[in-house]
Design a protein around this ligand. Structure first.
Ligand code: GLA
Length: 333
């Protein structure tokens, strides 16, 4: 059976470091994809990549995805370990996504592998399986945003996701704006960043004041530890900014949408402390550029990309990304 599975990357318009406490996010799948093409069968998963060296030969009963070589294949190994498919696969991976740039190339790879291995289920179940795959492949306790955006994208729309229920509410992007992504040049993988530490700090705050997704600014003010207070203030404020931006996009209030993005960047920089000087410089430069409505770091931070919302005529260099449909699979007997 010949299979072609294709999964998009994502950019997050607003709502970072909120997914793993059941908060709100507003990502969109982008028109750059990871594609896996090959044949199902055999008792191993054999993958080569046009962009990365080495060929992966994965046993269906493999034990520790985190030690697989070549390292790029660990995400695929994580999917094998979670799905335990009964049949193998042999094929090639190609991608138009920049790797390690913060556009979720790893989530796209996981989702494409899962579909190539015959996953059956809805976007939500696909995303949850791939999130588990990322956990076992990297040890990083990521949230579900990236995998759900890749699996469940809707053309022309951003996705307002409530990460406590995984309900997805598509938000139409106004015709007069474009989304431009600019890479800081700082490549990184989550495993080498303090991502897990940030997640632990949020858990420590929740142990004191309860779930951050329903906490109020008054609850946050009760935290006596200044670091935990800053982390919690970011999360509580960011959930509110996601609501504001979704509402602003629906109302066509582009200035309000841009203002929410600017406030999000400041909070990620000052309270959550996941920005870098390169990201701050890019955001500052963009914010002074005519036609730019708003700009912020996107994804985990610590490098990677910024995302900006711009008027169509704005002279901004970067990747102009379009909101795209989610992952697909074509099967030929
Ligand atoms: C990474 C993780 C996501 C999310 C973002 C930050 O992309 O994979 O789950 O936590 O960081 O918003």
């Amino acid at each position: 059976m010949h299979i072609r599975a294709s999964a998009p990357g994502r950019v997050n318009l607003i709502g970072d470091h909120t997914d793993y406490t059941g908060g709100l996010v507003l990502p969109m799948a982008v028109d750059r994809h990871t594609v896996i093409e090959g044949d199902q069968g055999g008792n191993e998963v054999v993958l080569s990549s046009r962009d990365e060296p080495g060929r992966a030969v994965l046993r269906l009963d493999l034990e520790d995805p985190a030690t697989v070589e070549p390292a790029w294949a660990r995400y695929a190994a994580g999917v094998v370990a979670v799905l335990r498919p009964v049949a193998g696969f042999a094929g090639e991976v190609t991608t138009t996504l920049p790797i390690g740039a913060g556009l979720s190339s790893s989530a796209a790879l996981e989702v494409a592998v899962a579909l190539a291995l015959g996953f059956e289920g809805d976007a939500r179940d696909l995303a949850l399986a791939c999130q588990r795959a990322e956990h076992v492949a990297t040890g990083v306790p990521c949230g579900v945003m990236d995998q759900l955006a890749s699996a469940g994208g809707v053309e022309g729309h951003a996705l307002l996701i409530d990460c406590s229920t995984l309900a997805v509410d598509p938000v139409l992007l106004p015709q007069e704006v474009e989304v431009v992504v600019i890479h800081s040049g700082q490549r990184r993988t989550l495993a080498t960043t303090p991502y897990s530490e940030r997640r632990e700090q949020c858990q420590a705050a929740e142990a004191l004041i309860g779930p951050l997704c329903s906490a109020s600014p008054d609850d946050v003010a009760q935290l006596s530890d200044p670091v935990l207070r800053r982390r919690a203030r970011h999360v509580v404020g960011e959930n509110e900014r996601v609501r504001e931006m979704a509402q602003a996009l629906r109302a066509g209030d582009l200035r309000a949408a841009g203002a929410a993005m600017a406030a999000s960047h400041a909070s990620l920089r000052d309270d959550f402390e996941v920005s870098t000087p390169a990201l701050d410089d890019l955001v500052a430069r963009l914010s002074r550029t005519p036609g730019v409505l708003g700009a912020r770091l996107t994804g985990a931070g610590f490098g990677g990309c910024i995302v900006s919302l711009v008027e169509r005529a704005a002279l901004v260099d970067g990747w102009r990304v379009k909101a795209s449909a989610g992952a697909t699979v074509e099967v030929q007997p």
